[in-house]
Design a protein around this ligand. Sequence first.
Ligand SMILES: NC(=O)c1ccc[n+]([C@@H]2O[C@H](COP(=O)([O-])OP(=O)(O)OC[C@H]3O[C@@H](n4cnc5c(N)ncnc54)[C@H](OP(=O)(O)O)[C@@H]3O)[C@@H](O)[C@H]2O)c1
Length: 374
Amino acid sequence: MRTNNRREFLKNGALAGLGLISSNVLFASSTMEINKDSSLNFQETGKRLLGSGKHQLEVSAFGLGCMGMSYHRSFVPDRQVSINLIRKAAELGINFFDTAEAYGPWINEELVGEALQPIRKEILIATKFGFVDGTPAKGLDSRPETIRKVVDQSLKRLKTDYIDLLYQHRVDPNVPMEDVAGTVKELIQSGKVRNFGLSEASAENIRKAHAVQQVTALQSEYSLVTRQPETTVIPVCEELGIGFVPYSPLSRGLITGYINERTKYNANNDNRPALPRYQKDAIIANWTLIDALKDFGDLRGLTVAQVALAWLLAQKPFIVPIPGTTKLAHLKENFDSREFQFKPEELKELTAALDKIKIVGERAVGQQASQINN
Ligand SMILES: NC(=O)c1ccc[n+]([C@@H]2O[C@H](COP(=O)([O-])OP(=O)(O)OC[C@H]3O[C@@H](n4cnc5c(N)ncnc54)[C@H](OP(=O)(O)O)[C@@H]3O)[C@@H](O)[C@H]2O)c1
């Protein structure tokens, strides 16, 4: 992080904390200047709010998904490159960073902790518990004693004494949701955790959890190829004042045009080869979606990824996607998409066109499928 920018970031963060400048100023980037002269309908859309009341978090329009820097996205960049990228994200105005015990396991939390330690008070860290030994393939474990143990270990790895948002990574059918929420409630009372979240929980489980400990955010897969949350859980989040954090908002790179039927993966560190949507026939069949996004974006100076991300933001004000990347160019591209403001008519037309495209291939199979929407 360059000293001047870092100083500016810290100064702005401190001023915002004191309520002396508006968050729009805090999140304004150099693109503000471009806006003034641009003939395009870009707008600075600023911060978003997740949750409500005393469990509300003020976050940038996008968070940064850090998983792929260590886990499940084939290559792992040099560690210092990832640390620099995370710090650069903060410098650009991203204040919401996503990790989990399971990413690695453990090494992604260590990476995120090291990267963010110098600016810990200016940013928000979200992490997750919920698997045996932090390993999804070993099964689910949300027993109260495990949650307490994992939180202590996560705090060490993250080099911090509090977690801003602690998600249950997957619902554990063997532990009543009330017990999970009650355990997190105690952790909040002890100061180790500040807010509670769920991931891939059903409407019924969201309600059960929220009745015991207010839920700040639900993190579930949501993108232009996975639209089920629109009818299942997003309405519940809206009703209860819970934020919604779409994970894999670019469908693991699929909705960018970068992945095609010839793409090779490192099967030892990638879950995509095992998922139906990343099989050759499905990629070819679903290319109609890429074409539609490209047609829309070409006329407006947007990339395929930017249209896909701007579309997600346009769905609800409490939606905060967390695209993952290992590249500064993609980070900037993704974050800049917050500035595109759809005209109501063009949003309607694009959505109607996208609604007609039938997506080929299930989003998950086997153990992964059995662990979602519980
Ligand atoms: N709660 C859960 O169960 C769960 C599950 C999965 C993920 N997550 C969280 O969600 C985050 C994001 O999910 P994800 O990584 O699965 O999917 P994603 O954000 O939809 O896609 C990430 C992939 O897209 C590529 N990409 C990103 N921006 C791009 C751009 N502008 N142009 C071209 N390619 C681009 C990245 O490659 P490059 O590195 O080359 O840019 C990476 O391979 C994770 O980091 C994690 O924090 C949560």
